[in-house]
Design a protein around this ligand. Sequence first.
Ligand SMILES: *[C@@H]1O[C@H](CO)[C@@H](O)[C@H](O)[C@H]1NC(C)=O
Ligand SMILES: *[C@@H]1O[C@H](CO)[C@@H](O)[C@H](O)[C@H]1NC(C)=O
Ligand SMILES: [Zn+2]
Length: 363
Amino acid sequence: MWRTLSAIVFLVAIVNPLAETRRLRLRSSDQLQLDEYLDYNGVMQYLDHLARAYPDRITLKNVGRTYENRSLKLAMVTNGDGRLGKRVIFMDAALHAREWMTPVAALYTIYKLVVEFEENADLLADFDWHIMPLANPDGYEYSRKTNTRWMKTRTPNGGNCNGTDLDRNFEVGFGLGFPDLRGPCDHNFAGRAPFSEVESRTVRDIMHSLMKSERGVMYLSLHSPIRRVIYPWVYDSTPVPNHGEHIEIAKFVADQIFQSTGTVIKTLQGVQYGEFGGSSIDYAFYVGFPLSFAFEMSGMDHNHVDYKFFPPTWEIRRLADESWTGIRAFGKKAIEKYPPSRAIHQSEDRLSNPSRGEGYAAF
Ligand SMILES: *[C@@H]1O[C@H](CO)[C@@H](O)[C@H](O)[C@H]1NC(C)=O
Ligand SMILES: *[C@@H]1O[C@H](CO)[C@@H](O)[C@H](O)[C@H]1NC(C)=O
Ligand SMILES: [Zn+2]
């Protein structure tokens, strides 16, 4: 009896501090590294770590494999209350490979929602966030290692060059716009056909499944560095039926950022910047997301020197904070506009002229 008791006392004394140490160790490594740009493996390791440390708040799903066999990962973030079928904000980053701050902003959003959960609980009460921090990992690694200016995928495309611009590869208005999206060597090559790329098909399939389950409320695509909030349509000058709602949210985001850092963010319908087809935001709106935006983050340092795609590493933390101010504002407003009591679907004909852009096959 004495021996058993003392064994139990001994075990409790040993096991408890071990559990405590383990928890503390997880806590310190919960921090997102913000003094350098993580590579693909670094991004995956951080996600894996959070999924192990917070299994009730973040679930990772392999949603596809790229041409170079990298995993496309979707992080599904919830508050852990076990309620299924909540509405969803779907965000992706780095469709354009060289926009290095965008995966940082996506990971930082995940960090804020999962680790600094208490401060952001309002963003997860009735909504889940589905986030793809690296939507084009092949291009991202190529931009880091070989050619920083690279923005496309790395798939051989039939010409002597590789790669397709994912933000021209969606179906709505495919092939419309700047002449430089027609040649395989062009920076903005739209692809041989809509959804020729596994990355755009993967994003499309996530959108479709969120529509089928009637959960998708807002699509938010992160870009940099031109300091804009852009809403559909990009392929056509017609305003979307809820144009006013898009303007209101865009202006709210711009105001929040201006108040917090002084950075000026312009808000505009995509077509005002340049009419082109195949954008992901047009497709998201077309399939039924009532809200769809591209957020073009800033690449400027605190002295307003514009580093564009590659801000120096000592600016990452400040820009991540600024992007979070914007992303939080998007989330807050979308949730306010689409409470569970409001229907997601609108009956209006969503696409003003779906057949435009079909002539592309002739090129
Ligand atoms: C792709 O990667 C997976 C996981 O690492 C591996 O199991 C598979 O064999 C790879 N496929 C090819 C064609 O290299
Ligand atoms: C295109 O991709 C193929 C297959 O990955 C590679 O062997 C080739 O060197 C690439 N071509 C260019 C011009 O980068
Ligand atoms: Zn971009």
